[in-house]
Design a protein around this ligand. Structure first.
Ligand code: ATP
Ligand code: MG
Length: 435
């Protein structure tokens, strides 16, 4: 510990130094003759405690004290006023400006040493406190950094889980798109044949008009030309084509619409969503979109029935809710398909509302979940599926989305051999600042 003694009297300086040395205090001592000298000394030397005379020529002890305390670099130094005056005013001012103690002159050794020791103790505590605070601040910084990393990892995992889900669905979705695309393409082919026939008939009509314009033609010739055209129309089945055209176009538009919807659902689902992006959506619509994506996985083995009540749109992040529904529905589909049973499975999807919540129930008659497994299904990375089939993140992400991000609830009820019900509750009137 470094102690600086500042006094204009050399005698006082020497006495103070001697007493400290005699008492073998664990410290280095430096001496300064004036306020200015002391301030200069501080620049470049480490000082823990200053013993500061109040009355000095030039800068007074209180002036020096003020300068030290107003300097960020030195303001933690412990300052003890060193004074022969008993004027309370000067002491009061010293304490107001940050002095911690005072000692009287002439020095009374016992008291003097006791004060110095106490100042040294205090300084030691303060230093160790500061050290601890620094450690805590560092740890805190580290925690903030870790937390940020964790959030990024979690975001990455959510995106990864989505990509895996898309991967699992890709073949099915491609198939779902391929079907309408198939009949759109064959309809277009038929349409182009029809158009060819129309062109032929149009050509004949145009020729007729040209001949009529050509004044030399007789009525008899015109009638036979018209007859010829009518016969041709019959041969080309133009009446049937006109009827078929409407059906063909309407089917084609329906097909294009389906492809559009599937692509839209996929896009909604795959989007790298902005975590904060919430707007009003119909849960029923999100269910419909999700079913478009899962259709191919279920259509040969499962009947999916919807019982969707009229429910209000709610403030939610559509991509996230879509992700939850897709996972819960796919879990049910995979559970049923995993049984390889003879008869078709069933999934019933219900929506309903009460005063505060919208409830969506997804009930399957699959194998059910055993008690020991049931406790773990919301844990990250818990999966009973074979390697490469499931990451085990689906339900933990779903839980986070429903409970933390949307202030709702997701629960499960299951009986082995009978089936499983997932119940998702979402608040109708959620404050947009909740998530
Ligand atoms: N409807 C269900 N019927 C039977 N078991 C289910 C059902 N839903 C979930 N589970 C069980 O819960 C586990 C965890 O589901 P979760 O969705 O979290 O992960 P996963 O489906 O295995 O993998 P991922 O969703 O990442 O592809 C599943 O592996 C399965 O054992
Ligand atoms: Mg899953």
């Amino acid at each position: 510990m470094n102690i600086l003694i500042v006094d204009d009297s050399k005698l006082n300086l020497q006495m103070a130094k001697n007493i400290i040395e005699e008492n073998k205090l664990d410290c280095e001592i430096a001496l300064c003759n004036s306020g200015n000298e002391a301030l200069e000394y501080l620049n470049g030397n480490k000082v823990d405690i200053i013993l500061l005379d109040i009355v000095m020529p030039g800068l007074s002890g209180i002036d020096v004290l003020k300068k030290i305390k107003s300097n960020d670099e030195f303001k933690d130094i412990q300052i003890i006023m060193f004074t022969s005056i008993t004027r309370k005013e000067a002491l009061k001012e010293s304490f107001e400006n940050g002095a911690v103690d005072f000692v009287n002159k002439p020095i009374e050794p016992t008291e003097f040493i006791a004060r110095i020791k106490s100042a040294m103790r205090e300084r030691k505590y303060k230093l160790s406190l500061k050290e601890n605070l620094d450690v805590i601040a560092n740890q805190n910084e580290e925690l903030v950094k870790l937390n940020k990393e964790l959030k990024e990892t979690q975001y990455y995992l959510v995106q990864k889980e989505k990509l895996i889900a898309i991967g699992q669905l890709a073949a099915g979705v491609a198939h779902e798109i391929n079907n309408p695309l198939g009949f759109v393409s064959s309809n277009t082919e038929t349409l182009s044949k029809y158009i060819e026939k129309f062109k032929r008939v149009m050509k004949e009509y145009n020729e007729l008009v040209d001949t009529i314009d050509d004044k030399g033609i007789s009525n008899g010739e015109i009638t036979s030309k018209i007859e010829e055209i009518k016969n041709n129309q019959k041969k080309l089945h133009i009446d049937f084509i006109i009827e078929d055209l409407d059906i063909l176009l309407s089917d084609t538009f329906k097909g294009i619409d389906r492809v559009k919807k599937i692509v839209e659902s996929l896009r909604n689902f795959a989007r790298q969503d902005d975590q904060k992006e919430s707007s009003y959506h119909s849960i029923n619509d999100i269910i419909e979109e999700t079913l478009l994506l899962t259709k191919n996985e279920s259509k040969y083995t499962i009947d999916i029935r919807k019982h969707l009540e009229e429910i209000p749109n709610i403030l939610c992040n559509k991509t996230q809710i879509g992700q939850v529904l897709l996972n819960v529905i796919m879990n049910a589909v995979q559970a049923i398909n995993g049984e390889n049973r003879e008869e078709r499975g069933q999934i019933n999807i219900y929506t309903s509302k009460d005063q505060d919540y919208i409830t969506c129930k997804i009930i399957d008659n699959g194998p059910g979940i055993e008690k020991e497994v049931l406790d773990k299904i919301f844990n990250p990375f818990f999966t009973t599926k074979e390697i490469g089939k499931g990451t085990g993140l689906g339900l933990s992400i779903s839980y986070d989305i429903i409970v933390n991000k949307h202030k709702g609830d997701i629960t499960v009820d299951s009986e082995v051999g009978k089936g499983t019900m997932f119940k998702i509750k979402l608040p109708i009137n959620r404050n947009s600042e909740d998530s």
